[in-house]
Design a protein around this ligand. Structure first.
Ligand SMILES: [Zn+2]
Length: 493
C-alpha cells in the first residue's frame, strides 16, 4: 500500500521548530560556507555531514552488535533460581528492551527458546532505535533554500522514490542521495523496484487531488516526479547484483524503465495530462554507493544507454576547485540530456540531476575514506525483514529488507526474495529470521486503528503460515506493530 499524502514539508507540526527553518544546500545557489575538506578529499565532499552520518551508522551498529553477546550471556544460567527476573533486568540494561517474562521461563523439561529470544531482541532493538528517533534532518549541516522552495524551483510538487527492497539500499535517501527527508513525499520499496503501476497511479491521483484542494495546481505549474532506483555490483556483477533480477544489471534497469514508462503512459491515457508527471531512472553501485543518473532528454524520454556515471565524474572532478567541479557536473548533465547548459525547458530536471550527483559525490568520497574504496560486505548482512508499510526511521545500509505489501498473497514474491536473502546468514547460525510487521494508519480516519490492527494480525499469521518449517525458507519469528502517523509503535496482541 502506498501512502502518498501531502508532501512532508507541509507536515510542519511533526517537525521541531528549528527543523521547520531547515535550509538545504543546492548546486546552483551555493552561498553558504562549507566546512573545509580535509586534505586529499574531494572538492565536493561534505566532511561534517559525512561525519554525522558515520556517527549515526556506528550507533546503530553498536546497538545490534550488543544483541548476540547479551542473549548468549544469559542462556547458560537459565536453570538458576530467580533466572527470569535477573535475565529480564540484564537484557534491559544491555539492550534497553523489555522481554515478556513468559519468554524467560525455563525448566529442565522446557528450556529457553534461545532462537525466539534472539529474534525478539533484534526486533526490540530495532523498535528502540525507531523510538529514539534519530534526527534524519540534515538541516544543521548545510544551508540553502528550504525544501519546498527547492522542489518548486526544480518544477516539481512531489518527489516519489521507488527503490529495490534490497537492504543495501536501506540508506538510499539519507546516505546515498543525501537528500533531506522533507524532499521525499513517499518512498516505497519493492523487490527489484517492480512497483505496482495501478498503486503508483493512485498515489499520483491522491497527491494531485490534494494540490487541487489546496488550490495550488492553478497557481504553480509543477510536475510529480517518480524516481525508480535499481542497483548493481561493480566488484562482483554476476553474483552481488539485484537478487530479484538474477544479478543482471541490464535486466534490472530495463524492467524498471518499462514500469516507469507504463506509469507515465497510464497517467496520459487516463487523465490526458502529458505534462503532469516526470520520471527518472537511477542506478546504484552497492559496492561504492556511486549512482548512475539516466538524465531525460529534451522530450523527457529516458534511455538505458544515456546516463551520467558518478564513479567517472568523481575521477574527473577530484583534482579541481569546488566551482570547477560543479561546472563539470553541470556540463555532464547537459551533455547527457543532449541540450545546451542554458536550455530553459530542461533546466529544472537538469538542476535536480546535478543536485543528486553533487550530493552523491560526498557519499562516494566518504565510502572511499571509510572502507578503502568499496564496502567489505558486498553481499547481504540484513538483520531483519520489515513487512507491510515501509519504515524509514532507522535508515542504514544492509540493516533491513523492506517487503512492501498489503496482503501476503499479493506481496508473496517480494517476501520470498527477502526470506531467501536472509536465509543464508541466519540458517548458518541456526537462527530464526526476525520479521517485523508494520502497518500505518491515519488517526483522522474513523476506525482506522482497528482496521490496521486486523491487517497486522492477518499479515503476521499469513507470514507464519507461509514460511514456518517450509523448505526452502528459514523459520520466521514474527511480531506485529501498528503506528498512527508519526506516533509510537504499538504492539499488536
Ligand atoms: Zn534488488
Amino acid at each position: 500500500m502506498t501512502y502518498a499524502v501531502a508532501p512532508p514539508w507541509r507536515k510542519s507540526s511533526t517537525l521541531a521548530p528549528w527543523e521547520r527553518r531547515g535550509r538545504y544546500a543546492t548546486l546552483e545557489a551555493d552561498s553558504y560556507v562549507t566546512p573545509a575538506a580535509p586534505a586529499g578529499s574531494h572538492p565536493l565532499a561534505e566532511p561534517a555531514l559525512s561525519a554525522a552520518l558515520r556517527a549515526r551508522a556506528e550507533a546503530i551498529e553498536v546497538a545490534f552488535g550488543a544483541v548476540e553477546p547479551a542473549v548468549r550471556g544469559i542462556v547458560p544460567r537459565q536453570f538458576e533460581p530467580g533466572f527470569a527476573q535477573s535475565a529480564c533486568e540484564e537484557l534491559r540494561a544491555a539492550l534497553g528492551i523489555d522481554v515478556p517474562p513468559a519468554m524467560l521461563r525455563a525448566t529442565w523439561t522446557s528450556p529457553l527458546d534461545a532462537r525466539a529470544l534472539y529474534a525478539r531482541s533484534v526486533l526490540g532493538t530495532f523498535c528502540r532505535l525507531v523510538e529514539r528517533g534519530f534526527d534524519r534532518n540534515l538541516a544543521g549541516l548545510a544551508e540553502g533554500d528550504d525544501a519546498e522552495a527547492l522542489v518548486h524551483r526544480w518544477g516539481f510538487h512531489a518527489v516519489d522514490v521507488t527503490p529495490c527492497a534490497d537492504g543495501r539500499l536501506g540508506g538510499l535517501v539519507d546516505y546515498i542521495l543525501r537528500v533531506p527527508p522533507a524532499l521525499v513525499a513517499s518512498r516505497t520499496p519493492y523487490a527489484g523496484a517492480m512497483f505496482d503501476v495501478e498503486e503508483a497511479l493512485r498515489a499520483w491521483e491522491t497527491a494531485e487531488l490534494r494540490r487541487r484542494e489546496e488550490g495550488r495546481s492553478a497557481v504553480v505549474p509543477a510536475r510529480y516526479l517518480k524516481i525508480g532506483v535499481y542497483h548493481f555490483s561493480s566488484v562482483d556483477p554476476a553474483h552481488a547484483g539485484c537478487a530479484a533480477h538474477g544479478s543482471d544489471a541490464v535486466r534490472a534497469a530495463t524492467a524498471l524503465l518499462e514500469r516507469l514508462q507504463q506509469f507515465e503512459e497510464a497517467v496520459r491515457r487516463l487523465h490526458g495530462s502529458v505534462a503532469a508527471v516526470a520520471t527518472l531512472l537511477v542506478g546504484v553501485d552497492t559496492d561504492t554507493d556511486a549512482i548512475r543518473v539516466h538524465v531525460p532528454d529534451a522530450s523527457g524520454r529516458l534511455s538505458l544507454e544515456r546516463a551520467v556515471d558518478n564513479a567517472a565524474l568523481y575521477e574527473a572532478t577530484k583534482n579541481v576547485s569546488r566551482e570547477a567541479a560543479k561546472e563539470i557536473v553541470r556540463d555532464a548533465v547537459a551533455a547527457c540530456a543532449g541540450v545546451s547548459a542554458n536550455d530553459a525547458a530542461t533546466e529544472g530536471m537538469r538542476w535536480f540531476c546535478g543536485y543528486l550527483l553533487k550530493n552523491n559525490l560526498g557519499q562516494v568520497d566518504a565510502v572511499r575514506a571509510w572502507h578503502g574504496g568499496s564496502y567489505a560486505d558486498r553481499g547481504h548482512t540484513e538483520r531483519l525483514i520489515v513487512a507491510g508499510d515501509p519504515m524509514e526511521d532507522v535508515a542504514l545500509r544492509n540493516l533491513a529488507f523492506q517487503a512492501q505489501l498489503t496482503t501476503v498473497e499479493e506481496g508473496a514474491a517480494d517476501l520470498d526474495v527477502g526470506m531467501k536473502i536472509l536465509r543464508e546468514r541466519h540458517e548458518a547460525q541456526d537462527l530464526c529470521v526476525p520479521v517485523l510487521v508494520h502497518v500505518r494508519y491515519d488517526r483522522q480516519i474513523p476506525g482506522a486503528h482497528l482496521r490496521a490492527e486486523a491487517r497486522a494480525r492477518r499479515l503476521r499469521e499469513a507470514i507464519f503460515a507461509r514460511y514456518a518449517r517450509i523448505e526452502p525458507f528459514p523459520d520466521p519469528y514474527v511480531e506485529a506493530f501498528v503506528r498512527g502517523g508519526e506516533g509510537a509503535l504499538e504492539a499488536v496482541a
